[in-house]
Write a protein that binds this ligand. Structure first.
Ligand code: ZN
Length: 248
């Protein structure tokens, strides 16, 4: 069964928002798990996110095999997505990006942690996966199932992970959530870099991160999604809001 047109349009919107906000450029991608087939996900053919249309979207098995390629060339790094969906049944959307803001934190021992309340969704500390540890000298791309699974194992139950000298992966329960956390991961990296030039940084405590996430509901993602849709020139389709502060 094909994913609904509404979901495909939402995935197009997610691509356009990430491009508009500078998280992805010519490279990087976002996928969504198939709502009726947990063993499949939807991801564009190999194309810059800003250019993606609904007809570019393809279905894949978790091992990266295209269900119906129809001559379309898939992303070489689609294995990231399948491995995360395979490892994390609750994950419904995945972003992989090369935001320049996060790269310095992937190639130094510097800790990347929330410095601002809006960035709590990146997790108390974002770890780094180094492809060289297990796979030696490669072109750094995740080009097979084994590499994807190794990355997913390091991600564990977290929402975000850095890839040494390469980029990051963000996983979450919805497209709105992974887009939100991808944008705020990038912002946190920028803010932390600036703060560190001024002096020692006070990060959010583990308890503060937990408190922010407890009071965050779908209304948080919804307000941001509408704003980002407007900026990206995409139609906004509201979703029912949930959460303790829905009217805030
Ligand atoms: Zn990549």
């Amino acid at each position: 069964m094909r994913a609904s047109d509404a979901l495909l349009e939402e995935l197009v919107t997610a691509n356009r928002i990430l491009a508009r906000e500078g998280v992805v450029d010519s490279f990087g991608h976002v996928s969504v798990r198939h709502p009726d087939r947990a063993d499949r996900y939807v991801l564009s053919r190999a194309r810059a996110p800003e250019c993606i249309e609904a007809e570019d979207l393809m279905e894949f098995a978790l091992d990266g095999t295209a269900v119906d390629a129809a001559g379309r060339k898939p992303y070489a790094e689609r294995y990231i997505h399948g491995a995360v969906y395979e490892t994390r049944p609750e994950v419904r959307a995945v972003v992989h990006h090369h935001s320049p803001s996060v790269i310095p934190f992937s190639v130094t021992p510097a800790r990347l942690s929330p410095v601002m309340h809006m960035c709590a969704g990146i997790g108390v500390r974002v770890p780094t996966w180094d492809s060289r540890t297990r796979f030696g000298d490669t072109n750094l791309l995740v080009t097979n199932v084994e590499m994807g699974r190794d990355l997913a194992a390091t991600l564990g139950s977290r929402s975000a992970i850095l890839m040494r000298g390469h980029g990051a992966v963000v996983a979450g329960a919805s497209l709105r959530e992974v887009v939100f956390n991808s944008i705020y991961l990038q912002l946190n990296a920028d803010l932390q870099m600036k703060a560190q030039m001024l002096g020692a940084v006070t990060f959010l405590s583990d308890g503060e991160v937990a408190a922010v996430l407890r009071t965050r509901g779908s209304f948080t993602f919804e307000r941001a999604w509408e704003f980002w849709c407007r900026r990206a020139g995409r139609p906004y389709e509201p979703q029912p809001m949930e959460g303790p502060l829905a009217g805030a």
